[in-house]
Ligand binder design. Structure first.
Ligand code: HEC
Ligand code: HEC
Length: 219
């Protein structure tokens, strides 16, 4: 209970004044308290899963400011969390916490969460539905589908839903998708990944536009 209030206070403070200075590396070390073990425990105990889900639902009220009610974002630059795969989400939180993935606001927010809040949030969002978006440009989306069905489907699945480890990308927000693909392609420290960088290296800007049009409209 005390921790919950502390988090809410930290989150509210962060919302009012987003941190402009990166936190020292030392603060990062505590962020990852055996997340996997606790997650496994939740997977084998329906009671614990239920308790953590409720914790996650409360945390999500803060996240809703940006990620939308139930995790379907209303801002094209902010990712949906709804329907996202649990192990993928946990891995991204780990990357924010240890600075492998850079976004000052999210790094601070994730470091303020304890393990139960992180797992609760993952359980909550995984169970939410993503609202379907119709393609703004069906011709472009059809081109994107061709590209998707040549490469991306191998890991993200023909429906774009990914799997336990790999991100769901179906229905993801278009500006966020574009920026993310550009970052992987550039291979900079903001967001680099040894699997996605080679898979985006050969994409032209036009390929990215087409794939974004298709993927963001996948149900
Ligand atoms: C002020 C707006 C804001 C708030 C509030 C916020 N986020 Fe985020 N979040 C973002 C943005 C922007 C990104 C994309 C970061 C990037 O890739 O540069 C993001 C990314 C994420 C991601 C990675 C998603 C993916 O598909 O890889 C997770 C997980 C996440 N946020 C969880 C949370 C949680 C949990 C909360 C609430 C405790 C929260 N966020 C609150 C803005 C916000
Ligand atoms: C060989 C497997 C593989 C292929 C092929 C692949 N991906 Fe990925 N993708 C991944 C993995 C693994 C991640 C998680 C990387 C990380 O942690 O940042 C990922 C992450 C992503 C993300 C970030 C999701 C989020 O919520 O932030 C997007 C967007 C994405 N892939 C799109 C694509 C597109 C578009 C293609 C085809 C051009 C593609 N991927 C091909 C494995 C793959």
């Amino acid at each position: 209970m005390i921790k919950r209030i502390a988090l809410m206070t930290a989150l509210m403070a962060a919302l009012v004044a987003p941190p402009v200075v990166a936190q020292p590396a030392k603060a990062r070390a505590t962020a990852n308290v055996d997340l996997d073990a606790r997650f496994k425990e939740a997977q084998t105990s329906p009671q614990l899963a239920d308790d953590l889900y409720k914790v996650g639902r409360k945390v999500a009220a803060v996240c809703a400011n940006c990620h939308g009610e139930g995790g379907t974002s209303t801002k094209p630059s902010i990712p949906n969390l709804a329907g996202q795969n649990p192990a993928y989400l946990l891995e991204q939180m780990r990357q924010f916490a240890d600075g492998r993935r850079r976004n000052e606001f999210m790094e601070g927010m994730i470091r303020a969460m304890n393990s139960d809040e992180k797992i609760g949030m993952v359980l909550f969002y995984a169970a939410q539905q993503v609202a379907h978006q119709t393609p703004a440009n069906p011709m472009l989306a059809a081109k994107g589908q061709e590209y998707f069905e040549k490469t991306c489907f191998r890991c993200h699945g023909t429906g774009g839903r990914g799997n336990e480890q790999i991100a769901r990308i179906a229905g993801q927000q278009p500006d966020y998708l574009r920026l993310t693909l550009q970052r992987y392609r550039a291979g900079t420290g903001v967001r680099a990944n040894s699997i996605m960088t080679p898979n985006t290296k050969l994409m032209s800007d036009a390929d990215i536009e087409a794939v974004v049009a298709y993927v963001s409209s996948m149900p």
